[in-house]
Design a binder for this molecule. Structure first.
Ligand SMILES: Cc1cc2nc3c(=O)[nH]c(=O)nc-3n(C[C@H](O)[C@H](O)[C@H](O)COP(=O)(O)OP(=O)(O)OC[C@H]3O[C@@H](n4cnc5c(N)ncnc54)[C@H](O)[C@@H]3O)c2cc1C
Length: 395
């Protein structure tokens, strides 16, 4: 059932406007941030944001480096209810490091609240939830209930990508309440001190509050299948091994993200395709928040005639995307799964500025040299060697 807006004075469906300046489809990370940035830049904008679920923003905890935000992002960014940390830690067998790059997370609940507040404050904007878009073109959007919205700019932010072919990052996370404080002051971005096996595995832990953690069991693998029960059990075992007593599980989230080594994002066309669906993500980290923040900033400045700025951004993105493809190829095809943590341990030994730029898809030529040159990490070639021994055929 479609619901229109959250405002008590919202016009009833029969009187709803059908002509907009911008129609945005999908109120996830990209659609949500773009909507906030547009409303901030153009308070009188006639904006429709259409979401098929009953609530905007889905069920995620989106993390990113604070440095991923464009330098002059508007007040909309400052208003985002972020949980912030001064940095994070990584741990591998024989190597651990505190990475002092400010890090933060935005929860779905936080983004949903920001969207509801922003739409409530803008008379000309409509947040339409519980109604899927069935068709869209460069000038209109057709909703499942038969309504047709016309717009000068239509933006597709529906998620799910088929850009690229390769491996997968798959994870299951449990948000848990502990019996006592965790003692963790910063996120543990990658704890690879775990038994490995047929896929590269690590735990990712976010201290959301002194007694509340999000613990994610993550694997980089060739296949997308995931044994959910085994992942849940592994998280409970990991917590017990760290001395954390789980009192209750508050929430669960899971995902399977592409880690391609083939394919590049398609050039922008109309209607604009943003988000994961348009290939606006980091192929080697799975993160798309840096792209979403930049796209929101770009569209807020250029929504009337976005093509030239977008083309320029896409060319830059494509170059960085290719670097990610190459690194995925080397990691997935060059290392046996149980040794795949070696290139990551090597990566986290690099200078902080190189790590930060890599995450936000802004690596410089010097960064690329640092990433690719030097003695190969231990285990390089092990995948080929083992394949030769076992006659495994790679897809
Ligand atoms: C569990 C999880 C955790 C992640 N964590 C991070 C992280 O920490 N940092 C990071 O940078 N990235 C993270 N990612 C990766 C990536 O950033 C997210 O997948 C991000 O949500 C992608 O944004 P998006 O806007 O493209 O898609 P989504 O956020 O999935 O949004 C798409 C929206 O479109 C809606 N929709 C789809 N079809 C229709 C339709 N026909 N009509 C109307 N609405 C429609 C969906 O309901 C959804 O709300 C994570 C991914 C997952 C799955």
């Amino acid at each position: 059932m479609a619901s229109i807006d959250t405002r008590t004075d919202a016009p009833q469906p029969g009187n709803e406007p059908t002509r907009f300046d911008v129609a945005l489809v999908g109120a996830g990370l990209h659609g949500g941030l773009i909507a906030l940035a547009l409303l901030d830049a153009e308070p009188g904008l006639r904006l429709a944001l259409v979401e098929r679920d009953a609530r905007p923003a889905g069920n995620h905890t989106w993390c990113f480096h604070l440095g991923d935000a464009p330098p002059n992002a508007g007040a909309w960014f400052e208003r985002l209810p972020l949980i912030r940390w001064p940095g994070y830690e990584v741990a591998f067998p024989g190597f651990a490091r505190a990475i002092d790059l400010p890090y933060c997370c935005l929860t779905s609940e936080g983004l949903a609240t920001a969207l509801q507040d922003a739409f409530a404050a803008h008379e000309t904007a409509r947040l339409i939830t519980g109604c899927a878009v069935q068709a869209l073109d460069a000038g209109s959007v057709t909703l499942a209930d038969g309504r047709r919205l016309q717009a000068s700019l239509v933006i597709d932010a529906c998620g799910r990508s088929d850009v690229g072919r390769g491996g997968y990052q798959k994870f299951l996370g449990l948000e848990v309440e502990l019996a006592a404080d965790s003692g963790l002051a910063r996120p543990l971005l990658m704890d690879a001190c775990l038994p490995q096996g047929s896929q590269f595995r690590f735990m990712y832990v976010l201290p959301l509050a002194p007694r509340r953690l999000l613990i994610e069991d993550t694997a980089f693998a060739r296949t997308a299948d995931m044994d959910m029960a085994a992942r849940r059990a592994a998280i409970h075992d990991y917590a017990a091994a760290r001395g954390w007593v789980i009192q209750s599980v508050l929430r669960e989230e899971s995902g399977v993200l592409p880690m391609p080594w083939r394919g590049v994002p398609p050039a922008p066309t109309l209607p604009l395709k943003v988000g994961y669906g348009g290939g606006w993500f980091h192929p080697a980290t799975g993160y798309s928040a840096p792209c979403a923040l930049r796209m929101a900033d770009l569209l807020a400045r250029h929504w009337r005639a976005p093509y030239t700025a977008l083309l320029c951004e896409w060319r830059r993105h494509r170059r960085q995307f290719r670097l990610g493809l190459l690194l995925n190829l080397l990691a997935f095809r060059g290392f046996a799964p149980d040794l795949m943590w070696h290139p990551f341990a090597r990566f986290y030994r690099l200078p902080l500025a190189t790590i930060g730029r890599f995450y936000r898809l802004q690596s410089t030529a010097v960064d690329v040299t640092r990433l690719l040159l030097g003695r190969p990490p231990r285990g390089f070639g092990s995948a080929w060697w083992r394949r030769g021994k076992t006659r495994e055929v790679c897809p």
